[in-house]
Design a protein around this ligand. Structure first.
Ligand code: SF4
Length: 291
């Protein structure tokens, strides 16, 4: 098995087979992201090479593989014929395979269009993890996400129409103090229109080697305090109107909030209200992320 550059996977893919289909990220501009800032260039691995890695994995783990994740950042950007080919091939190798997942930003999803997304779904791609980060266009521009709120919504709707699950990532605090309320409300609006199967919450932590860390250190970006982050999360959860699963499966969060909307909304809001009564010093301290 060959790996090239940093390999990241969602926590929900902890038990998955990881076979690298792409290297780096074709966007690589997000101001909060350190993953590929050390110069790894985006490339798509040759299909024959990916198939050879799949063959090797099948020889070792064949009957045990139930889920498969193709890293790296924005693998959805690879040509549809190649991605569909490796998806189809995987199902021939792993008899119990139930799900194939990739990372994909909204701009690359909606560039694929309905027909190509349907081709991927028919080939067995099941889920795309999408970094929405925010639904506020001012923030999306500031963080250089490369997608607008409208792109997020169109990508979510296109993917769902094709039969693909969307897991949407939201970064609490990514708008800083000046846009916290707007960030929460606009993100709730975008999530409600995207209708992802799961919303995954992360809390903004400045990472080494990123423009946003420089902004934090220079005082140009005012981070939220723990209580402000929890207040923002309350506003977000209060305004999401689509049924969806919420999870906080990440070390950056101040509180582990999980449940289904709308059924568990009151319980999640109550947990947040209780946490708002805690002293700020009882939450995790500020730190600079290195991974
Ligand atoms: S699209 Fe994802 S991997 Fe690429 S720079 Fe942005 S956050 Fe990082």
């Amino acid at each position: 098995m060959r790996y090239d550059g940093p390999i990241y996977r969602p926590p929900s893919e902890a038990d998955s087979l990881l076979v690298q289909a792409t290297v780096g990220c074709p966007h690589n501009l997000c101001t909060f992201c350190m993953v590929y800032k050390d110069g790894v260039k985006f490339k798509v691995r040759p299909v024959a090479e990916i198939k050879a890695d799949l063959d090797e994995a099948a020889a070792t783990y064949g009957s045990r593989v139930r889920t498969l994740f193709f890293p790296a950042g924005n693998t959805i950007a690879m040509p549809v014929a190649a991605l569909a080919a490796i998806c189809r091939y995987s199902y021939t190798l792993f008899p119990l395979l139930a799900r194939i997942t990739v990372y994909g930003s909204s701009q690359y999803i909606h560039r694929k269009g309905p027909d190509q997304l349907q081709t991927l779904a028919q080939a067995g791609l099941g889920r795309i993890h999408v970094g929405v980060e925010s639904g506020d266009d001012v923030i999306l521009t500031r963080i250089k996400k490369g997608a607008t709120a409208r792109d997020h919504i169109r990508a979510g709707q296109m993917a769902r129409a094709a039969g693909l699950d969307i897991n949407a990532y939201v970064i609490v605090g990514i708008g800083g103090q000046d846009r916290s309320e707007t960030h929460a409300r606009e993100t709730a609006r975008v999530i409600s229109d995207m209708q992802p199967a799961v919303v995954r919450l992360r809390t903004f932590v400045p990472k080494v080697n990123t423009p946003l860390l420089a902004d934090v250190q220079a005082g140009r970006f005012q981070m939220l305090s723990p209580l402000q982050a929890l207040t923002e999360t309350m506003t977000l959860l209060s305004h999401i109107t689509t049924p969806t699963q919420v999870t906080s499966d990440h070390y950056t969060n101040y509180l582990d909030i999980a449940g289904r909307l709308p059924e568990d909304r009151d319980a999640m809001l109550e947990a947040l209200r209780r946490a708002l009564g805690r002293d700020e010093s009882t939450f995790r301290p500020f730190f600079i992320g290195t991974q």
